[in-house]
Design a protein around this ligand. Structure first.
Ligand code: ADP
Ligand code: AMP
Length: 206
């Protein structure tokens, strides 16, 4: 199954992707995670990506499309994939259509006024990438799944988040219509608890 998770920053894509990848046995591919790992390794892609990510802007299409194209060619994608955070522009979606067949696009819908709190309170596991929110951590600073340290992403501050939400509205939201026209769009209400959102995605994916 070739699936895309679409939604604003903070909508819960990563949270659901981890669970869906496990249930369906397909790889979870997050372009944000790929960029962060390149930044950590100080690779040429990481150096370019950092200058955009720090400002809340999108990394240029040419760079991002090439990374995803190469990733989808790997053996573990033969039975499907779950893309999280890609595509984010119509140009990326058109490029993806040329090298892969998208079967379902899950739009995780969360009201804009909830996103800022979700993102600024987000803490992520430095090792396995699991997402948490400070409101539910009860002061814990390590990952319940793997025990590694929880960190706050450098771009999860109020200034950068505002820029990211603006970029989402302008450049990514048009993809909802793009995929609706293609008849592959599934919309789920992302404003419920994590388990409920997960069940509603699974129900619709079948
Ligand atoms: P995205 O990958 O779309 O940017 P995340 O999955 O990282 O979003 O979630 C953003 C924040 O919101 C995290 O702190 C996460 O724990 C929290 N979160 C995710 N899903 C829900 C939900 N259904 N209800 C409340 N908080 C959630
Ligand atoms: P995310 O982890 O999905 O929140 O992404 C973090 C940041 O990485 C974004 O704000 C962008 O700067 C960059 N990024 C991730 N995916 C893409 C993409 N498909 N196109 C361009 N930039 C991206």
């Amino acid at each position: 199954m070739n699936v895309i998770l679409l939604g604003a920053p903070g909508a819960g894509k990563g949270t659901q992707a981890v669970r869906l990848a496990e249930k369906y046995g397909i790889p979870h591919i997050s372009t944000g995670d790929i960029f962060r790992s390149n930044i950590k390794g100080q690779t040429p892609i990481g150096i370019v990506a950092k200058s955009y990510i720090d400002k809340g802007q999108l990394v240029p299409d040419e760079v991002t499309i090439q990374i995803v194209k190469e990733r989808l060619e790997k053996d573990d994608c033969k039975c499907g994939y779950l893309l999280d955070g890609f595509p984010r522009t119509v140009a990326q979606a058109e490029a993806l259509d040329k090298f892969s067949k998208v079967e379902a696009v899950v739009n995780v819908d969360v009201p804009l006024n909830k996103l800022l709190k979700r993102i600024t309170g987000r803490r992520v596991c430095a090792k396995c990438g699991e997402s948490y929110h400070v409101d539910y951590l009860e002061g814990k600073t390590t990952c319940a799944k793997c025990g590694a340290e929880l960190i706050q992403r450098a771009d999860d501050n109020e200034t950068t988040v505002s820029a990211r939400l603006e970029v989402y509205e302008k450049q990514t939201a048009p993809l909802i219509e793009y995929y609706a026209q293609k008849g592959v769009l599934i919309t789920v209400d992302g404003d419920g608890d994590i388990e409920r959102v997960f069940n509603s995605i699974c129900e619709k994916l079948g």
